[in-house]
Each structure stands twice: as structure tokens, then as C-alpha cells.
Design a protein around this ligand. Structure first.
Ligand code: NAG
Ligand code: NAG
Ligand code: NAG
Ligand code: NAG
Length: 304
């Protein structure tokens, strides 16, 4: 028995086991990713309203599950997440139908978001252990009830230090991936002196558990131009080193680089440089008024 060969085989198997994507697909085989948030703005938008291009990987992101009660005022629940998206138009059976109709569609839910009934949806755990226990329990139940594939982390207000946030979210993501409750995870940071340190602490310690960075480029000031946008993209590529940073714009009144001001010009440049991973839009609710014009344009760019 040649033990050095045996050991090398063991290492190889270990490597493939930890990098399953390397077994079946090279980087050029996988299509670009298009993602869209929906369900937060009360516009009665459903999955079937949104145009879906068969040649992209498509994620709907339900917005939001929040760890607050639905009392008035809403109170923090220490990690018990409740559905705050429009569950009439985005129900478990509608999730199943859209996934059955389009093999390229997956559905995720986003945790927290900005506000709950006008109050900050703050990250406010009682302790790390108890928050993680409650979050694992409630998130797992929602994922199973709605037949979801992934999870997005979108806290925007914090009552703890960055390390506590990193530890709570990191342990939640670890459990969900280790037990194959979800197949992908993302985070949704933006440039802000209070917000970024929390996500950067999470990225430093648990970045290997995070598949996509849904960077909210629409949180930059209104009137952002193409060259500024490309500079911001480079900054975030450094911050979230090794991450798949998705570019984004808002179809609401948010800031950043709008399609009218060159968003697709900038995206084409990134594509030609091999830096583009995908595009996400906030949000389908806001795009309904324009009949999802920019959703079509974004997916056309990714599909060709
Ligand atoms: C959404 O649907 C509900 C129930 O059918 C209706 O009362 C409400 O006016 C609709 N809202 C919008 C913005 O279409
Ligand atoms: C809500 O969050 C913002 C920024 O995170 C903070 O400035 C504001 O004081 C918070 N509001 C309340 C009522 O806590
Ligand atoms: C973009 O905006 C910056 C800051 O206002 C300005 O210096 C720059 O010239 C602008 N670039 C273009 C291409 O308009
Ligand atoms: C974006 O590209 C279009 C079409 O090529 C061009 O007409 C437009 O001027 C460009 N806009 C910017 C801001 O570069």
C-alpha cells in the first residue's frame, strides 16, 4: 500500500467534496444571474407578472421575513421570523407553480429589510445562542412551508456590535447550508458608516458561506454617473474580496446609477472585462407601473 498516494487521493476527494461546482461545470457554462426583490410594497405583484428569460439564472427574493411581532408597535422577537411579504399574491402554492413552469427559477426570502410598519427593523438579539436557536427554527419552517431555495440577509439597523451580528448570522448560515435547508445565501450591504462594518465583520469570518453580495448600489447618491459607478464597483470588489458582487439599480425613487443615466452602459463594460456576475433590481412592485421594461432589458443583456 502506497500511503502517500492514498493521502493525495484523500485530499483530492476532500477538495472535490468541498467544491462540488468544480465537478460538473466550468465557470463558462453557468449563465449570468438575474435577481429581483418583490412583495414589500403592496402592489399585488405576483411571480407570473415578471418577465422571465429562459437563458438566465433567475431568483425571486421575497421581501421580507422580519423578526418582529405584527403588534402595534411591532416588538422584536429575538430571531422568530414572520412573513411580512404579500403572502396573498406570493403564497406557497404560487412559489411551487412558478418553479414548476420555469426550471431556471429559484425563490429566496430576504430577512429584515429597512422598516416594519414604519419602525426600524433592527437587529436586536437577546443573546447569540438564543437568537440563533430561534432563527434556525423559524427560518427552517418558512423555507419548508414556502419551498424556498435560498436566503438573503438585509438588516439595515443594528442594536449590536459588528462581531455579534457576524456571529449570529454566520451560525445561522452555517446551519442552513450544512443541513442543506437552503442551496444559496446572499447579503445585501450598502455604503454607510454604520451598516458596512457589520457586513464586513460577517464577510471576514463567514464569507465562505455567502454565495452572492447583493450590493445596494442604488443606496449611493442620486445622479451617480457611469465612471463613479465603476469606481464604486471596484471599491466593493476590494471590500468583499473573492465575492460574487452583483450590480443593481432601483425602479423606485432611490439613488445610484439609473438605466436612463447609463446603468446598462456600465454593466456592459463590466461584462466585457469579465467582472460581471449578475444584476438585481429593487423591486418588482415598483417596476409594475413600467410594465417591467428594465427587467426585460437587464435579462437581455445577461442572456446575450
Ligand atoms: C390589491 O388587491 C387588494 C385585494 O384584491 C385590493 O383591495 C387592493 O386595492 C389592491 N391594491 C393595489 C395597489 O392594486
Ligand atoms: C432608525 O435607524 C436609523 C439609522 O439606522 C437611526 O438613525 C434612527 O435613530 C433609528 N430610529 C429609531 C427610532 O431608533
Ligand atoms: C461623473 O461625476 C463626477 C463627479 O461629479 C465628475 O467629476 C465626472 O466628470 C463625471 N463623469 C462623467 C463621465 O460625466
Ligand atoms: C449608453 O449607451 C447608449 C447606446 O450606446 C448611448 O446612446 C448613451 O449615450 C450611453 N450613455 C452613457 C451615459 O454613456
Amino acid at each position: 500500500m502506497d500511503f502517500s498516494k492514498l493521502f493525495i487521493s484523500f485530499l483530492l476527494l476532500q477538495f472535490l467534496f468541498n467544491n462540488p461546482s468544480m465537478v460538473h461545470a466550468g465557470p463558462n457554462c453557468s449563465p449570468y444571474l438575474f435577481r429581483e426583490y418583490l412583495g414589500a410594497e403592496g402592489q399585488n405583484v405576483t411571480f407570473a407578472d415578471v418577465p422571465i428569460n429562459a437563458n438566465v439564472e433567475f431568483h425571486f427574493i421575497l421581501s421580507f421575513a422580519i423578526d418582529y411581532t405584527d403588534s402595534s408597535p411591532p416588538l422584536p422577537t429575538n430571531g422568530y421570523f414572520n412573513v411580512y411579504w404579500d403572502a396573498d399574491n406570493l403564497s406557497p402554492s404560487l412559489v411551487s407553480s412558478i418553479k414548476a413552469e420555469y426550471p431556471n427559477v429559484k425563490v429566496a426570502m430576504s430577512l429584515a429589510g429597512d422598516t416594519v410598519d414604519g419602525f426600524n427593523a433592527s437587529f436586536n438579539p437577546t443573546s447569540i445562542d438564543s437568537w440563533v436557536r430561534n432563527a434556525i427554527y423559524s427560518v427552517t419552517n418558512l423555507v419548508k412551508e414556502y419551498n424556498l431555495d435560498g436566503i438573503d440577509i438585509d438588516y439595515e439597523h443594528f442594536k449590536t456590535d459588528p462581531d455579534t451580528f457576524a456571529e449570529c448570522i454566520g451560525r445561522l448560515l452555517y446551519y442552513l447550508k450544512q443541513n442543506k435547508i437552503v442551496s444559496f445565501t446572499s447579503i445585501a450591504p450598502y455604503e454607510d458608516v454604520d451598516v458596512q462594518p457589520h457586513y464586513l465583520a460577517l464577510w471576514r469570518k463567514y464569507g465562505h458561506l455567502i454565495d452572492y453580495v447583493n450590493f445596494q448600489f442604488y443606496a449611493y447618491p442620486k445622479g451617480t454617473n457611469v465612471s463613479q459607478f465603476l469606481q464604486y464597483f471596484e471599491t466593493q470588489r476590494c471590500n468583499y474580496e473573492g465575492g460574487k458582487i452583483l450590480v443593481s439599480f432601483g425602479t423606485d425613487e432611490s439613488g445610484g446609477l439609473k438605466p436612463q443615466n447609463g446603468f446598462f452602459n456600465a454593466t456592459s463594460i463590466l461584462k466585457s472585462e469579465g467582472k460581471l456576475e449578475g444584476i438585481f433590481i429593487w423591486s418588482a412592485d415598483d417596476s409594475k407601473k413600467d410594465n417591467f421594461y428594465y427587467e426585460k432589458q437587464a435579462q437581455d443583456l445577461l442572456a446575450t
